[in-house]
Design a protein around this ligand. Structure first.
Ligand code: LEU
Length: 389
């Protein structure tokens, strides 16, 4: 067992493995997509997969990176931290991706992003909106504008629709990092707007029965309800609020920004106000192309999470193109490229479906325009987000 040759062999093997620095970049160029393809979070992840795939198709049809195509490598994060960590590890060490678009939830990002950061692999969050995401590390940026930029818009719009609103109820999922971050902004904005926050109710993203919370809300006679949660929980909460008699306006956060919620709350989704970081009518040439392609394939307007995932892939490709001019991507050492890619993406300017964008020094998105939409249900399963602003 302890044959000297065996030790020599394992030493050789070890040094080959640690020669990660000798690894070249594969062709086609692998870009990791780590989003929720299963679990409740897949209600959002499905839209992200579609957006990323459209970017791959569209950008490769236009020459990829200096003639070399990109190839998306998908690793399902599922909906929890362990799933995201596992997906990130596979993408970094097994699939040798140049960078990662993901994960779906901020709750997952706080666990998985540090792994990529330590490995010096650039991450673009496609939907993480909690405070503090880009501050996780130098390799972490995002194309999803934070709660601070988004959430207040929905409240202001609700006050335009009903200027008489005085008393509000706030509900949030206390086991979710983004929901707790977002509710902080909602509550602060409500106070800034001189609204009276009559009650704050907590729930879990895994809850199905909201009788306790709804009873408390109804007891306060509020004229606005503000919800921060994910799609399944929020959908059920809205339904129960309406069924038990709540008649006022409802503002929903980023987790209510998906038509996947419609079959859950059905006709009761009607009228819910949700702020948006993307509009299908955004006038940039990049968006005209994206929206047209999406519509041709799916017969409806593209949703925000698809547009943001598309944007994440595009930012990587645009930054890779700049580096490719300096030295063909295939000639780069993988770890060197990852480091250079991170630097390049942070200094670039991008023309995307979200409009013109760049990044601040932390890696947070600098975006020009935001919007607000209201849900309009056609029947018990189908509806649309109608843009108010
Ligand atoms: N914005 C959420 C978050 O940061 C995710 C989104 C898919 C609802 O967790």
């Amino acid at each position: 067992m302890n044959h000297p040759l065996k030790n020599t062999l394992s030493l050789m093997l070890l040094s080959t493995l640690s020669l990660g620095s000798a690894q070249k970049v594969a062709s086609p160029i692998p870009i990791g997509i780590a989003v929720a393809q299963t679990s409740n979070a897949s209600l959002f992840g499905q839209e992200q997969v579609i957006g990323a795939r459209l970017a791959e198709k569209f950008l490769n049809a236009r020459g990829g990176v200096g003639g070399t195509p990109i190839k998306l490598v998908f690793q399902d994060t599922s909906g929890d931290e362990a799933g995201a960590i596992n997906a990130f590890q596979n993408l970094i060490s097994k699939d040798n991706v140049v960078g990662i678009v993901g994960p779906t939830l901020s709750q997952q990002a706080f666990s998985a992003d540090p792994i990529a950061d330590r490995a010096k692999v650039p991450v673009l969050g496609p939907s993480n909106t909690a405070k503090g995401i880009p501050q996780i590390g130098a390799y972490i940026s995002r194309v999803s504008a934070p709660v601070t930029a988004i959430a207040p818009n929905a409240l202001k719009q609700a006050l335009k629709i009903n200027p008489k609103i005085k008393k509000v109820a706030v509900l949030y999922a206390q086991n979710d990092a983004f929901s707790t971050s977002e509710t902080g902004i909602f509550q602060q904005t409500a106070k800034d707007l001189d609204l009276n926050v009559a009650t704050v109710q907590k729930f879990q993203t895994t809850d199905n029965d909201f009788t306790t919370q709804v009873t408390a809300v109804l007891g306060e006679n509020v004229d606005l309800v503000i919800i921060s949660g994910l799609a399944n929980d929020s959908g059920n909460l809205i339904k129960q609020l309406r069924q038990l008699g709540y008649k006022g306006l409802i503002v929903g956060g980023n987790g209510l920004n998906s038509s996947s919620m419609f079959p859950i709350c059905g006709q009761y989704c009607d009228g819910v106000i949700v702020a948006q970081a993307y509009s299908p009518t955004q006038s940039s040439a990049a968006n005209q192309l994206f929206a047209r392609e999406y519509k041709a394939q799916y017969k409806k307007d593209p949703p925000q999470f698809a547009a943001q995932a598309y944007t994440g892939v595009q930012v990587f490709v645009d930054a890779l193109k700049v580096l490719d001019h300096k030295k063909k991507i295939a000639d780069w050492d993988l770890s060197d490229l990852r480091i250079a890619l991170n630097k390049q993406l942070l200094i670039g300017k991008y023309k995307t479906p979200l409009g013109d964008l760049s990044f601040d020094k932390d890696g947070d998105i600098v975006q020009q325009a935001f919007y607000v939409a209201q849900i309009k249900m056609k029947d018990t399963k189908n509806g649309t987000f109608v843009f108010l602003k």
